[in-house]
Every structure is written in C-alpha cells, then in structure tokens.
Design a protein around this ligand. Structure first.
Ligand code: PLP
Length: 422
C-alpha cells in the first residue's frame, strides 16, 4: 500500500498530527456524509421530477428562446431550495454581480436596505455605496442603507433588529457566511428566526447572501422564510463543474423583478442563450451535495490538525458548520504567507507559483491568495485567502476531493514546521 509519504515528503511530526486529526474528525465526517446523502437525494429527485434529458444540454444561441435546458435548470434550483422560482445563468459573472442584480432588482429610490448581520462582505460595499463614488451604486440611485451589528457573541442581535425595523426597511439583508470575519456563520434556523421576526413586524423583503452556505445543511434559507437569496456557481452550487455563473431563488414576483434587472424590463427570464453551458451547470448542481461534503471534510480536517498544533481555529473541529469556510488564526504575517504558499504548492494547477500579497480590487487591505484551481477564482476548489491585517487569520475553503485537499493541508502544515513557524 502506498502512503502519502511515497509521493510527498511530510515530516513525521505532521504525519502523526494528521492521523490524530483524522481520528478526531471521524464523528463529524459521519454527520457530513449523512447531510450529503440527504441533499443528493433531494437533488436527484429534482432532476427526475423535471425530466432532464440529453436534449436539454444542447444549448442555444442568440436570444435563446425556448431553451428547455435553461428553463428546467431554473425549476431544479427552485425545487432544491424550496423556492417558488429561480433564475440561474452562466452570464452572472460572480457572486457579487448576482447579489447586485438581486439588490438593484428589488430596491427603488427612497427605499432602505437594512443589513442585520454587521458589515457585509467587502465586495458588496461598492454595490451599496459604502465605498467608491460615482459608479452607480445603490446610494447613487437614492437607496438608503442601515445596519445592525452582530451581538458581542457574534450572533444576530434580535432585540436590536426588532428596534431597527421601526425605520420600515424595504429589505432586510442577511449574510449567512462569515466572509472575512471571525464571526460564526448563521445557521438556517437562525436565519429562520430573523425572517419570522421581520415578517411579524413589517412587510420587508428578507434577502440572504447565501454564498458558501448552499447544501451545507439539509434545508436552505428559502425554506424557513427568506424571500430571496443568491449565490455564486463557482462556489458550492456549481459543484466545481459550472464554469461561471450565479443563481437567484425565492418568491416568484421577486425573482421576476431580478430577471428584469438581469436582462431588461420586459424581457426578463424569457431570453438568454446558454451557449453550451447547460451541461456543466446541470452536472455542477448534481455533484454539489457530494463536493460540498468533500469541502466540509477538508475544513474539519484542517481545523482538527491546526487545533492539535496549538492554533486557534474557527469553527472548531467539532462545532456545527453552516458554511464551508474554515478560519485558522496563524498569529503572524509570516505564518500566513507561508501557509498560503504551502496550500498553493499542493494544488493540481499552478503548484509552482509562489503567491504574493497584493492590492486586490474590492478589498480594503492587501490580500494573499492560494488558488490552484481548474476554474479561475473557484473557491469550491481548495483555496486560501488571507487579508494581511489583524488578527492574521487565513480563511480557507473548498476541496473538490478530500484526499487531495488533505495532502495540500499537510504540505502547508509541514512547510510551517520546516520553517520553524510552529
Ligand atoms: C464570495 C462571496 C461573495 C461574492 O462572491 P464573488 O463570487 O467573489 O463575487 C459575497 N458574499 C459572500 C458571503 C461571499 O462569500
């Protein structure tokens, strides 16, 4: 039997720590497998119900009228997410673009968007108008913004949210994932609690940034009261196979409004050719439950390993997970940079490049990123990002198969050990 060490030189210390981490992770792995199986059946049944066939992969050109694949894919997403409708398009550039379409689709001049999970993800700031000027942000169009910070425990502050609803927001915005913060991600149950509170007090649209959260639990925000949610296809929902794109799912009339922003008023979802991307998008969502499971196992393994090496990690290896992100507090910029270089060195693509911190558009500080992915920027594939700012934490996510991700994580840990950084 070949061991990992036949191909990679990992020191005995890290090998032993890795074996201990696997033992520690076992119970969590079983839980992850149970959720993946449940979600796989959910997805398979949506495929069967919607009668997907080879002809749906043919793709369309031009206006894309009568593209049955496009229409069935929208239905499948709606079914999986327990939503009335969905719009899934390869032409949604990324998560930020998709969220932007949803925000501009629903909000009108004079409306207030109330974010109830603290400051949103960095790239959304310029969409809202919290940074940048004259780019046509929501603010430029007269949409107001208000925010409720998370409580000191990092959890939504329901009392403060209830009070803030007095300003009669048009939209209450919830970010499920932790993003580049050390707060816990929100569970679907917590999102449900916020949605119930909002719906009992006013008629605001509850919108969820669902990036990194899809298929991590057995239910989705739209099944517990969220009116609208959006995410990227080069994260969880695309299953590492969709080459680009995003989705919006939710109440029928809201998805329709978003479709008028995605194309134009009047055209909406009736147009939009798929150019041969359908097969990848179908295969992506089909594989997503399994791939998300692999990513979660990779995250749990990294948590368990770095716990044993004496670092603070969040979530811990035994905590409940609501997204695929794992933060490791590596204490110093040197450790951070070395860790990212180690992850890169174990990537299937671009293993030979050496990541450097850079001023990435949309982010407020220098960021170092390890990404050796088949799809540029895909973060359902193993990747690590670290803004070079306090508390010097690296946020890692993805791993389309556990065995490969585990090797990369071991290489990163071993790199730290060999440089005397452990
Ligand atoms: C990734 C992410 C986004 C933005 O998605 P991009 O595809 O990077 O544009 C927004 N919100 C959260 C929470 C994310 O994780």
């Amino acid at each position: 039997m070949k061991t990992e060490n036949s191909f990679f030189e990992i020191s005995d210390k890290i090998k032993a720590a890795g074996e201990a981490a696997l033992k520690k992770a076992k119970a969590k792995f079983e839980e992850i497998d149970d959720i993946a199986e449940y979600n796989q059946q959910k997805v398979l049944s949506a495929f069967i119900r919607n009668k997907v066939s080879e002809a749906d992969f043919a793709g369309s050109t031009g206006y894309g009228y009568g593209d049955t694949g496009r229409e069935k894919l929208d239905r499948i997403y709606a079914d999986i997410f327990g939503a009335e409708d969905a719009i899934v398009r390869h032409s949604f550039t990324c998560g930020t673009h998709t969220l932007g379409i949803a925000l501009f689709g629903v909000l009108r001049p004079g409306d207030t968007m109330l974010c109830v999970t603290g400051t949103p993800y960095d790239t959304i700031h310029s969409v809202i108008g919290l940074s940048g000027e004259g780019m046509g942000s929501l603010k430029d169009f007269g949409v107001k913004y208000a925010q409720v910070d998370l409580g000191s425990d990092g959890r939504p502050d329901l009392a403060a949210i209830e009070k803030a609803l007095e300003i009669k927001p048009k939209m209450v915005y919830i970010q499920r994932s932790r993003g580049y913060s050390l707060r816990p991600s929100l569970s679907v149950d917590e999102i449900g609690e916020i949605a119930s509170l909002v719906h009992s007090k006013c008629d605001a649209v509850v919108m969820v940034d669902n990036c990194y959260g899809e298929l991590v639990e057995k239910t989705e925000p739209t099944q517990v009261g969220a009116d609208l949610m959006a995410g990227s296809l080069i994260k969880n929902a695309g299953g590492s196979i969709a080459r680009t794109g995003g989705y919006i799912a939710g109440k029928k009339e809201l998805v329709e409004l978003c479709s008028y922003r995605a194309t134009t008023p009047g055209l909406g979802k009736e147009v939009g050719c798929t150019l041969g991307e359908n097969r990848n998008m179908f295969m992506g969502i089909f594989n997503a439950p399994h791939v998300v499971g692999q990513a979660l196992m990779s995250a749990v393994y990294a948590a368990a390993l770095f716990e044993s090496l004496g670092f603070e990690v969040t979530p811990t290896s035994s905590e409940k997970r609501c997204d695929i992100i794992q933060a490791l507090c590596l204490k110093t910029p040197e450790t951070l940079i070395e860790y990212c270089r180690g992850i890169q060195s174990g990537a299937p693509i671009d293993s030979f490049v050496v990541p450097e911190p850079w001023d990435m558009p949309g982010y407020d500080s220098k960021v170092i990123m390890a990404a050796g992915a088949f799809i540029l920027g895909s973060s359902i594939e193993l990747s690590a990002d670290a803004p070079l700012r306090e508390p010097f934490a690296v946020w890692m996510q993805g791993g389309i198969n556990f065995h490969s991700a585990k090797t990369a994580i071991n290489l990163a840990a071993d790199g730290l050990y060999k440089k005397g950084l452990l």
